[in-house]
Every structure is written in C-alpha cells, then in structure tokens.
Design a protein around this ligand. Sequence first.
Ligand SMILES: Nc1nc2c(ncn2[C@@H]2O[C@H](COP(=O)(O)OP(=O)(O)OP(=O)(O)O)[C@@H](O)[C@H]2O)c(=O)[nH]1
Ligand SMILES: [Mg+2]
Ligand SMILES: [Zn+2]
Length: 359
Amino acid sequence: MNIKLEDLGYTEEVAKCAEPYHAGGYTIARVTQMVKQRYLVRTEALEIPAEVSGRFMFTSRTREEYPVVGDWVAVTLHDQDTHAVIHHVLPRRTVLQRRAPGKRIENQIIATNVDAVFIIFPLNQSWTPHALERYLILVRQSGAQPYVFLSKRDVCTDDHVRDVLGRISTVCANETVSAYSLYDAADIHYIASFIHRGTTFCLIGPSGAGKSSLINALVGKEVLPTGEVREYDAKGRHITTKRQLVVLEKGGVLIDTPGMREVGLWQAEDGLWETFDDILEIGTACKFRDCTHTHEPQCAVRKAVEEKILAEDRYNSYIRYYQELHELATHLNPKELKERRELEQRRSKQEKILKLKKR
Ligand SMILES: Nc1nc2c(ncn2[C@@H]2O[C@H](COP(=O)(O)OP(=O)(O)OP(=O)(O)O)[C@@H](O)[C@H]2O)c(=O)[nH]1
Ligand SMILES: [Mg+2]
Ligand SMILES: [Zn+2]
C-alpha cells in the first residue's frame, strides 16, 4: 500500500519540526513497530526494518530518548531501500507513559504522538471503577482524548451492562463511554465513526479485553493475532507482545499494545487534577494554599467529605493517587529545593486548569 505521510498522521506541526532534517537529506518516517532495539519504520513508500545509528546510541543519555512506536524519525535508507538507519527522533507532541512494572523507579513510554486513546475493558470480567480511573489519569496526563469502550456485550445480559455503566459513571462523567460487541456491525461502525484521517489512536487495556480484535474489525482483516488469554498461567500469557502501528485504508492510525497488568502512574499530576477537578475546586477554599487535604486545619476538602458533599470513596482514591505521585516525586527529586520549585510549578498549572474550567 502506497500511502501519503498525511495518512500516517503527518501534520503541519510535524512538517515544521521535520524541515531541517528534510534539508539535511533525511527521509521522514514513523516508527510502526518495536521489539527490543529493533524497529520497523514506515515511509510513504515502504515499511522496512530499522535500527538507530551508532552516533545516536553514543549521544543518547536515557532510554527515553530512544525511538518508540508513534515517533516521527529522520532516517537514511540503505541497501536498495530495504533497511533504514534512524538518526533523530522528532519532538514528541504527546507521550503516553506509565511507571514501568517492577521495583525499579523508571517510566515506560507506551506510545507517542497519540491524539486519542481507546481504553478497552471487558464487560464479562470483574474489575473496579478505580482500575479504569488509573487508565483515565494516564491518558489525560498525555494530553490525548480518552474514550472508554467496554467489550463483549454479546456475552452479558442487558442488566449487567447497565449496572457496569452505572458504576463507572462518576469515574468517566465527561468521556464517551460505550458497550460494544465485536460481532455487531453497528457497534464497530459507531467506534469507527470517531476515527479520522491523520489521527492517531492508541488502544490500551487489560490482556484479553479485545484490543487486537477490535483493530482487526476496524481494518476489516485479520492483521493482528488475537486469542484467549490463559487464566491458569500465573505469568498470564499476553497474546500481543509488541506495540504495533496499523494504518487504516480509509485513513486513521491505530496503535495496538500488549495488555497491561499494572498501571502505575508516572508524573501524572495534571492528569490527576483533571480527573479530580471537583476536589481541586473545593480545595481553593482550604486555609493553606498547599494543603494536602490530609491533616491540615480548616481543610475545605475534608469538611466537604464530613458534610457528605464529596463522596468519601472519591476522596480516598484521590489521596491514594496523590500519595503515589508524591512518593514518586520524592524518589525522583531527592533535593528538597527542587521539589519546592516543582510544587510551585504544579500549583500554577493547577490554577491554569481551574481558569480554563471557569471559561
Ligand atoms: N464474545 C466476544 N469476544 C470478544 C469480543 N472482543 C474480543 N473477543 C475475544 O476475546 C479474546 C481476546 O481478544 P484479543 O483481541 O486478543 O485481546 P487483547 O486485548 O488484544 O489481548 P492482549 O493482546 O493479550 O492484550 C479473543 O478470543 C477475541 O475473539 C467481543 O466483543 N465479544
Ligand atoms: Mg492483543
Ligand atoms: Zn485541604
């Protein structure tokens, strides 16, 4: 399939960033797959294997600087255009990331330059609204638009579907939320209606939710492997093991990801405040400007909980996320001075969000 860069999500903004590289004789491509340090990149004409240049490896200080799926990169083509070398990663417009699973304190970039995220959860399994909430915070932090699609409606009763939608309604009050069945053409058509030429969508959710199946249905072909996840395997075998970017013929870009078991937050304060904007607003009446709403006197938030204006459950989950992020920040910035500065920055961002909300 010969495609235009625009179909891959190339915008004027990207073009501007790409200008110097174009002038330098590089080809612009998008990273479509990544397994360890090996990549596939897509240019207008080709999808070919790629690796980063020696100089890139030498000059990169952190893992974060390495290309990931969704990145725009400046490459050179070699061996009759069968192989590419990545020299530069163009500035990222959005970064979808989480805290990497495991003990080490580091982040993991899920995908970049994503406009919207389809969060897929299965209706036939039990999970708490908080599980979904974590995904929402992570997506909002990235700046991408979240959509919540609940799969496997066909194997559930209408009552059950209604019950689940009711239970998550406070968690995703402002989002598009919809239950669907992979086998209902009208449902797939509805989901497809959100996808436009040049927009990039990333699908995330637990393993077995139906991410890859949904992409196949949207593409109209089995382009990705799917299957039942083995429940008895303690390790949990994920069907999808790599991130992969798929371009729809009618336009639109979809990124498939492996199922996530843990969704740890990574520097997601803005995402948290956007998700708990009610608490942010009540908190403006606290006595202390930097009130943590835990032990301080004259705390408007705790007063609101006592007066049952704010649900205790909601308050508790906010505090849990806040502490998780605070702990992370302390690990990342051991110097108190730096921490204070960041707090100030976060405050001003907080005020900006409030101002935006008031408009
Ligand atoms: N009945 C029913 N089955 C579905 C639906 N969506 C997906 N499935 C099935 O669920 C299983 C898992 O689907 P996948 O698409 O592989 O799930 P995934 O989210 O990509 O899983 P990982 O790749 O492990 O993260 C497959 O057997 C699908 O056929 C649906 O709406 N209804
Ligand atoms: Mg999959
Ligand atoms: Zn307070």
